[in-house]
Design a protein around this ligand. Structure first.
Ligand code: ADP
Length: 571
């Protein structure tokens, strides 16, 4: 057809792809099939990189992490019915972590709904508990505005997941190209007019500064909301001008290097147990921070919470709540301090106490790490991995981590030196995110190597995506801590197990010494099986410099580590 004639028609697939591209989407994750294959192909023709997965669950995890890493919604494309249901894993993960993403699912023909159509489901209802907004385009003309609305909502206020439903009849409907252009331009016009306004009253900033200034044992805590807001520069300035110790949450690690002299990470219990004023930036006082309550925190601690979400502040009822963007609010705090600066200084008793405790704990840990234990426990390979990662310098790799013991021990041992270089099981404790996160990180930060440090159980959730790594030749090295099961071997007391299936493998156990490295070899990637420090060092050195997809299968003593990792009290 001649594209000059006004009668050229576009269908819903083309219009959806155009809308995404026009509103700034250049990466998509998903699984194609009826009725959205053409949407993916059209998007590719418009310059969008489409990363095709094996399962929507992993693709959804990738979209959620991509949103976090880039600050723009990650996009998941799925087929109808079961595809949408699999994708809910990603949507729910985005909601729990407050990361921006959208899921676009095809759905069955509207005229056949309710008569048992192919992959029929009321998807708008299904996604409701897992989304900030769900929109169905009931006519092709509604597509541009619907795409815009979900993208806009996912990224505004507290980020989260939004859903767009595109019925197959709408995807096949056509309108003249000129009409499509008019619709796109109209939405774009309204987009250009919007401006984000966030202002915290100056009196509140003054109160915050006064609380910090007069504190005896102040602490600055930040989380992945501060990382998302790219607040590293003002936070560095705040920490360094005031001399206040800081504690990042797991994904907040790296905004300032873990090795910074004011880092209280290794003195966490002391820092949170004794601080009298805590400035908490972009982190919820949820289970990860012990709800901000005794016995972990002192009952008299005064919280100053900085959060984009007013609801969050209302929920926690802090001493002082500052609603706004983390970067902006910390800049305002710095500005207020500048006129009358204060610094706690290294010899301040609180700063000294934290430094002393940090030193003690670090040297105790180092003594443990220094030993070469074979068959491997968790610590020996973790130290070797830490040193290999540090040897890479800058840009630091993105570290993806999941598992019980593997993640807990990795969090303490591995060193984060740059912002947004850690992705883990997060607020929801989601297992199975590893491969999706690796792919998202490789796509979001092409200059960085991606290193996953995973338990064998976490890896197994989405192990087939190693083929995706190979297909796109992504620079991802997946290290599997293989201890033969969830938490490790069979830890049951044989006297407590009876019944006809008592001889079955324990619910926690997998095939011992499974050959996970051979999975990637099936697709032409590189696999390594290691059991000694020398073998591990050599595999790391080779795979890190190759920057090609690899799986390193580390055989760990199945009885090393603890059941439920650090969360034993919850199991
Ligand atoms: P962590 O798991 O690291 O403790 P959480 O996910 O619990 O972090 O908390 C992140 C918080 O950051 C959420 O309450 C979210 O509303 C908030 N947040 C998200 N974006 C911003 C932003 N730009 N500025 C300030 N806070 C933000």
């Amino acid at each position: 057809p001649n594209s000059q004639t006004p009668q050229t028609l576009v269908d819903g697939n083309v219009l959806a792809a155009k809308s995404l591209a026009r509103f700034g989407i250049d990466r998509m994750f998903g699984v194609v099939g009826i009725p959205v294959t053409s949407l993916a192909n059209r998007a590719v023709s418009l310059g969008v990189r489409f990363i095709a997965f094996h399962n929507e669950q992993s693709a959804g995890y990738a979209a959620s992490a991509y949103g976090y890493l880039t600050g723009r919604p990650g996009v998941l494309l799925t087929v109808s019915g079961p595809g949408c249901v699999h994708g809910l894993a990603g949507m729910s993960n985005a909601m729990a972590n407050a990361w921006p993403m959208i899921m676009i699912s095809g759905s069955c023909d509207q005229r056949d709904f309710g008569r048992g159509d192919f992959q029929e489901l009321d998807q708008i209802e299904a996604v409701k508990p897992f989304s900030k907004l769900s929109v169905k385009a009931k006519d092709i003309r509604e597509i541009p505005e619907s795409v815009f609305r979900v993208l806009d909502c996912a990224g505004s206020g507290r980020p989260g997941g939004c859903y767009l439903d595109l019925p197959s009849d709408v995807l096949h409907q056509t309108i003249p190209e000129s009409e499509a252009e008019t619709l796109l331009a109209a939405v774009e016009g309204s987009f250009a007019k919007r401006e984000s306004v966030s202002s915290v009253p100056n009196s509140e900033i003054e109160k915050a500064v006064s609380l910090l200034r007069h504190a005896e044992r102040p602490l600055i805590v930040w989380g992945k909301g501060a990382a998302y807001a790219r607040a590293e520069a003002p936070l560095k300035k705040l920490v360094e001008t005031t001399g206040i110790p800081f504690l990042p949450t797991p994904m907040g690690k790296g905004l300032l290097p873990d090795t910074h002299e004011l880092a209280a990470t290794a003195a966490r219990s002391l820092a949170i147990g004794k601080c009298d004023v805590a400035l908490v930036v972009g982190a919820r006082l949820n289970w990860l921070l012990h709800f901000g309550e005794p016995p972990k925190w002192s009952k008299d601690v005064k919280f100053i919470l900085v959060d984009i979400s007013e609801e969050e502040i209302e929920l926690r009822k802090p001493h002082l709540g500052l609603v706004g963007d983390a970067k902006r609010v910390v800049e305002l705090i710095n500005k207020e301090i500048k006129d009358d600066p204060f610094c706690f200084g290294k010899s301040h008793p609180w700063v000294e106490a934290i430094a002393k405790k940090t030193k003690e704990n670090v040297s105790r840990m180092e003594a443990q790490l220094a030993k070469d234990v074979v068959p491997f426990n968790f610590l020996t390979p973790m130290r070797i991995i830490r040193d290999a990662i540090l040897g890479l310098g800058s840009p630091a790799p993105v570290l993806v981590s999941e598992g019980a013991n593997t993640m807990d021990i990795g969090r303490a041992v591995l060193v984060q030196t740059e912002p947004r270089t850690r992705l883990d099981a997060g607020t929801w404790g989601t297992m199975g995110v590893g491969l999706g996160y690796c792919i998202a990180a490789a796509v979001a930060s092409p200059d960085r190597l991606v290193v996953a440090v995973e338990g064998d159980s976490g890896f197994g959730f989405s192990a087939m995506e190693v083929e995706t790594l190979v297909r796109y030749q992504l620079p991802v090295v997946v290290i599997v801590f293989n201890n033969g099961g969830v938490y490790g071997g069979d830890r049951r007391n044989p006297e407590e197990i009876s019944g006809p299936y008592k001889d079955d493998p324990a619910p926690t156990s997998f095939v011992p010494s499974a050959g996970y490295h051979t999975l990637i070899e099936a697709f032409g990637g590189k696999g390594y099986l290691v059991g000694t420090p020398e073998e591990l060092k050599s595999a790391l050195s080779e795979s890190f410099s190759a920057r090609k997809p690899a799986v390193i299968n580390i055989i760990i003593d199945p009885y090393a580590g603890a059941e439920s990792g650090r969360l034993q009290h919850k199991n």
